[in-house]
Design a protein around this ligand. Structure first.
Ligand code: COA
Length: 137
């Protein structure tokens, strides 16, 4: 079955948050609904939804910062993993960012989730050997 990918609809927000919680992508200090409101349907950012027969089974948040593209909240619902949907969401995110002029795509991986590097490596991503630092604004 092939995945239909498009912008997340507002009536799918709760399903997206549930998917992120199940996939271990949420953190107590990030409000996922606020993150969606900030990114969804903007000129330089969106949240992509992957649907199987209308049901949300995958997400990816894509955004271009004016220099590079980034993907956050990549998740595939547990029972649907291993079917190429994660790869399809990354391809769709790359296409979305490329269409907006981003020359390169980065992903941030939490150190406790380093095992997922193998997934990205399979898709041709390389370790960019950088350290990200952050502060609240
Ligand atoms: C990571 C994730 C999105 C992968 O989705 P998926 O649909 O299962 O991945 P795919 O089926 O598209 O896999 C694509 C390729 O990567 C490989 N792969 C997937 N997950 C892997 C893993 N954990 N370790 C090694 N290889 C992996 C697959 O075997 C496949 O290889 P193939 O091309 O040889 O068949 C999914 O496991 C997930 O939602 N994880 C929890 C959330 C998460 O960690 N997100 C990333 C945050 S940075």
């Amino acid at each position: 079955m092939s995945l239909a990918i498009g912008d997340l609809r507002t009536d799918e927000i709760e399903a997206a948050v549930a998917l992120w919680e199940e996939a271990g992508l949420t953190r107590p200090w990030n409000d996922p609904r606020a993150d969606i409101a900030l990114a969804l349907g903007k000129p330089n950012s969106t949240v992509l939804a992957g649907r199987l027969e209308g049901a949300l089974v995958a997400t990816a948040m894509a955004g271009s910062d004016g220099h590079r593209g980034w993907v956050y909240y990549l998740g595939v619902a547990g029972p649907h993993r291993g079917n190429g949907f994660g790869a399809a969401m990354m391809r769709a995110s790359a296409d979305w960012l490329k269409a907006r002029g981003a020359p390169k795509l980065h992903v941030m991986i939490r150190s406790e989730n380093a095992a997922v590097m193998k997934f990205y490596a399979r898709l041709g991503y390389e370790n960019s050997d950088t350290i990200t630092m952050a502060r609240k604004l």
